[in-house]
Unconditional design. Structure first.
Length: 286
């Protein structure tokens, strides 16, 4: 069964459930191409009943593209799996804020592949939102303004203390360079998808801290406006995790939110990210 005949959309704009695949075995080039095509169309793909080992998880992710280290700062699972980022609720692995992964680096990941390892008895869902739909939710006049703006993405609030206190100031090797500081990155407010050509609102409350080339008051007002259209239920999907679930998402056109509604119960997820490119905006498109 090919992925095209096994895709069931979850909403009109974002998310699809994919069946008929055993991701623990090698995928054919045609199957990989179908998964990539489905990802471009639906932005988030859900695979149930995938009881993968860390090695199988990593190996499947590698069929979709070149892998990054686990994280620019946080080391990987172990020496055999440096690509696997462990999100452990008992060790700061909670993200109850809309964000797009690693946008505080010049080249954020193309996409992420997330696997449930240990789930709380209740709660712990993850939500994804369509940033293309968020862009289109703005009026044409505001979209035209957003097309011309750039913004600062800063990861220091979340990771700088970890980098210097727990790692002695030396993080991972990211894009061929050892991470020793977390200088903010500048990205276009509106990102043009390099494969589809569609535009997304490429900001998020998690990492975007400042609109450049405007006053501080204008920056605050603009970010409030942009954030207001991110995460609207009309263009979001919520996933209730089950053992064996694996999800893939396109980091270039989505943001996500890990719902922190499970108290002190334990939740562990493993994430692998696919190497991306430097975001570009409408000026390059034209």
């Amino acid at each position: 069964m090919t992925v095209v005949s096994a895709v069931v959309p979850l909403t009109a704009t974002i998310g699809a459930r994919v069946s008929g695949f055993d991701l623990s075995r090698p995928q054919t080039p045609a199957e990989v191409a179908d998964i990539r095509a489905a990802l471009l169309q639906h932005k988030v793909l859900v695979f149930h009943n995938q009881n993968l080992t860390p090695t199988a998880h990593r190996d499947f992710a590698a069929t979709l593209g070149e892998l990054t280290p686990a994280h620019p700062v946080v080391p990987g699972l172990d020496d055999d799996h440096p690509e696997i980022y462990v999100l452990d609720s008992g060790d700061g692995g909670k993200s109850p804020v809309w964000h797009t992964d690693v946008t505080f680096m010049p080249r954020p990941p193309l996409g992420s592949v997330l696997r449930a390892v240990s789930l709380p008895p209740v709660g712990g869902d993850t939500c994804w939102t369509d940033l293309e739909a968020a862009y289109l939710a703005l009026s044409p006049h505001v979209r035209s303004l957003a097309d011309r703006l750039t913004a600062l993405h800063d990861g220091r609030k979340d990771f700088e203390d970890y980098l210097h206190t727990r790692l002695g100031g030396e993080g991972s090797t990211w894009e061929g360079e050892r991470v020793t500081s977390l200088e903010p990155s500048v990205h276009p407010v509106v990102r043009v998808h390099p494969e589809t050509g569609r535009r997304s609102l490429f900001v998020s409350p998690g990492f975007t801290t400042r609109i450049l080339d405007v006053t501080e008051a204008e920056s605050r007002a603009l970010l409030t406006l942009f954030f207001s259209v991110i995460g609207l239920p009309e263009h979001s999907v919520r996933h209730r995790w089950s053992p064996g679930d694996l999800l893939i998402w396109d980091n270039r056109s989505t943001a996500h939110y890990a719902v922190d509604d499970y108290g002190d119960q334990h939740r562990v997820m493993h994430r692998v990210t696919i190497r991306g490119d430097a975001p570009f905006g409408v000026d390059r498109e034209s």
